[in-house]
Design a protein around this ligand. Sequence first.
Ligand SMILES: Cc1cc2nc3c(=O)[nH]c(=O)nc-3n(C[C@H](O)[C@H](O)[C@H](O)COP(=O)(O)OP(=O)(O)OC[C@H]3O[C@@H](n4cnc5c(N)ncnc54)[C@H](O)[C@@H]3O)c2cc1C
Ligand SMILES: NC(=O)c1ccc[n+]([C@@H]2O[C@H](COP(=O)([O-])OP(=O)(O)OC[C@H]3O[C@@H](n4cnc5c(N)ncnc54)[C@H](O)[C@@H]3O)[C@@H](O)[C@H]2O)c1
Length: 467
Amino acid sequence: MSRIVIMGGGPAGYEAALVAAQHGADVTVVERDGLGGACVLYDCVPSKTFIASAGARSAFRDADELGIGVEDVDSSVNLPVVRGRVRGLALAQSADIRNRIQREGVRLLTGYGRFCNDRPGMAAHRVAVTTNEGTEEVLDADVVLIATGANPRVIAGAEPDGKRVLDWRQIYDLPELPEHLVVVGSGVTGAEFASAFIEMGVKVTVISSRDRVLPHEDADAAAVLEDVFSERGTTLVKHARAEKIERDDTGVKVHLKGGEIVEASHALMTVGSVPNTGDIGLDKIGIELGPGGFINVDRVSRTSVPGVYAAGDCTGVLMLASVAAMQGRIAMWHALGEGVAPIKLKTVAANVFTHPEIATVGISQQAIDSGEVPARTVMLPLATNARAKMEGLRRGFVKLFCRPATGVVIGGVIVAPSASELILPIALAVQNQLTVDDLALTFSVYPSLSGSITEAGRQLMRHDDLD
Ligand SMILES: Cc1cc2nc3c(=O)[nH]c(=O)nc-3n(C[C@H](O)[C@H](O)[C@H](O)COP(=O)(O)OP(=O)(O)OC[C@H]3O[C@@H](n4cnc5c(N)ncnc54)[C@H](O)[C@@H]3O)c2cc1C
Ligand SMILES: NC(=O)c1ccc[n+]([C@@H]2O[C@H](COP(=O)([O-])OP(=O)(O)OC[C@H]3O[C@@H](n4cnc5c(N)ncnc54)[C@H](O)[C@@H]3O)[C@@H](O)[C@H]2O)c1
């Protein structure tokens, strides 16, 4: 029976454990914090729970336009209840995952793992675990999966203190909503928290190192978000980098490169993540880290060392829970000799949980505009959609991209309140190489937002497609 040791119990680690156990392997997961990892305990699950509360508040505000008067929206955020939901849901989700993997016969060791091979180049591997109780145990393994995730990046001079300067894992512990929050960094994490706090009624300033929010996302989608931010009175400071933050009992002063100072009551640092790869004994097995401290892997999650796989944020391959989970499963299928298809990153659907949401899949508009990928494209504003009008949605759009000759769908972008749910038909089309005709000839409900997807398909059909 293959002995498999998994370092880290986030989506990469626990999904891998489930696959390995299903295939009859002897599996041990070493996790220092709790099953579900940072994803469930500190990052993805808590942030989406917090965003759900912010969304509920927005629904009240937006109801006004539909003729439903709601009084006292400003004073209606019950922060202790929100915090309780955030923490409670994370712990409950972690407990569910722990129960599930233990039911499948996986051994769980609560502690910190490091390679302790006597020398590099051995066929089997050894992992020393310091348990949270302080005991030591050495595990022998035929296969090791490194799934140690990442931690918030810290800027020297702007270290979080949990009071005035916070990282996204500390922000829920504030006793009350900030009076004025400066969000440093405008990637996906920064945009999501900025949007959530704006929707909670907090004054927000966003510091962006680039010329816009969400520099890696669709430019039209980012423009919609900037519009919403500006309508809600948010200041976006562009081309700005925070160098240091002074703090006292009353607030923070964020010093930008170039001398400008932004004052606020609190600062939220969302300046990226660093992989947890520095202290896991990689020198003992001969793995050299790539740029940024990430572990290089191929498309079936193999590292450069036989018998050692890596998955998730520690590899820096699209830092998403869904990708981490798939990399982990693929690693186990490969290690256990199952036929496995290499991961296809072009088919990954992703969503930015702002208000409105931004969902994407497949080839980007930028790759098309730069000439890298030839495509026919269409963009339908939601303002032309009957259901959107009924719901009072003025912003948002559906974009669809297809191959010029065949009409095969290769990507799309949706900006809408529930874009994360609406993107699936486009993701299905991309994954299965469906054509715009397939979308065009599919019945959508009338009236519905998804009607814009089938309509986009119709607009991209060519007359000769109908022959
Ligand atoms: C604010 C935020 C929101 C996000 N929202 C989403 C989202 O909505 N959707 C999405 O798809 N992705 C989201 N992500 C990304 C997602 O959280 C990560 O891609 C995902 O957590 C990666 O999973 P992982 O298994 O690689 O690592 P992690 O979830 O980081 O888990 C790794 C675990 O390993 C443990 N560990 C580390 N070293 C050791 C060791 N030596 N021994 C034992 N244990 C160890 C860590 O303590 C941790 O618990 C978000 C990220 C952030 C920061
Ligand atoms: N909904 C989701 O799926 C979700 C949510 C959050 C994060 N994530 C994933 O996590 C990964 C990391 O995203 P992220 O937003 O945390 O990090 P990021 O690295 O993408 O963005 C951080 C931003 O901060 C900027 N920055 C760095 N130093 C700065 C400084 N001193 N002053 C001002 N700006 C500075 C960077 O230029 C960058 O634009 C991404 O791959 C993302 O997809 C996903």
